[in-house]
Design a binder for this molecule. Structure first.
Ligand SMILES: Cc1cc2nc3c(=O)[nH]c(=O)nc-3n(C[C@H](O)[C@H](O)[C@H](O)COP(=O)(O)O)c2cc1C
Length: 244
């Protein structure tokens, strides 16, 4: 932070806190990822309504580069979970090269993977891969319904951003109906798996992008939890101020 920004902050750029949130803001601020679900199934019409909210998301050039797959068969969700766990078990000895029996080969593979996939092999997902491999955490967290988001690879601009908008509409709408959701990025470990592509009917130009678990939450994980505050530079009328 520059000296000028620091000075601005000292001047008392307080975070603006307003308790009088409107219903949309409340939904945004109160949504939390849900990792425990009741077995009760979500009514079909409600799932369709939630997908409709996804369909109305903005997208570059209005290309709408998404398709959905809804899975409400426990057998299928369990089988996907097993295969993702297996993938994590395979990745673990490569990524945890320091303790790997593969020695320098594992180190080379790990460094190469991290070089090519710096975001995916960030320490957070890396830690999660270990935890999933060891059975310490689940993949889908046992939802009665799983929504898979498919991305049209030909999408204009940055289709991943469009998919993010679409998924956010889905999770916020679900929350507004008293449902819980959790994004599951780990489904991408099945993206190249020909067995799953065939079983789910995923063909070019679509690819498996994200999963969203959906169901009635156990307990109340929701509530406003603190997020990091950032300094925002604000240029107006020839001056610059820093707001938090
Ligand atoms: C694209 C994306 C992928 C995610 N993948 C996973 C996942 O695989 N497993 C999981 O438990 N949570 C996953 N999450 C949830 C994040 O961990 C969670 O959003 C974050 O910790 C903030 O917590 P909150 O959602 O409760 O506010 C994912 C979130 C996003 C946006």
């Amino acid at each position: 932070m520059s000296a000028m920004e620091e000075k601005e902050l000292e001047k008392g750029a307080e975070p603006s806190v307003d308790d009088d949130w409107n219903p949309v803001e409340k939904v945004i601020l109160e949504r939390r990822s849900v990792r425990y679900y009741k077995p009760k199934q979500v009514p079909e019409n409600l799932v369709r309504r939630i997908l409709e909210a996804g369909r109305f998301a903005p997208s570059a050039g209005n290309y709408q580069p998404w398709r959905f797959i809804v899975i409400r068969d426990r057998d299928i969700i369990d089988a996907m979970e097993r295969d993702i766990r297996m993938m994590c078990k395979m990745l673990k000895p490569i990524l945890a090269w320091e303790s790997s029996p593969l020695g320098p080969v594992a180190k080379l593979m790990s460094k190469t993977l991290t070089w090519f996939l710096p975001n995916k092999l960030h320490h957070e997902p890396y830690g999660a891969i270990n935890a999933i491999a060891d059975g310490e955490v689940g993949v889908f967290h046992g939802p009665p319904t799983l929504i898979l988001l498919l991305m049209d690879k030909r999408g204009a601009g940055k289709p991943q951003v469009d998919l993010g908008c679409c998924g956010q509409n889905i999770v916020l709408t679900a929350h507004s109906h008293g449902l819980g959701t959790c994004w599951v990025g780990f489904v991408e470990l099945l993206r190249q798996n020909p067995i799953w592509k065939k079983r789910l009917g995923i063909e070019y130009p679509y690819e498996l992008c994200e999963g969203i678990s959906l169901g009635y939450p156990v307990g109340k994980p929701d509530g406003m939890i603190a997020r990091e505050a950032y300094h925002t530079r604000w240029f107006e009328n020839g001056t610059m101020k820093v707001v938090v």
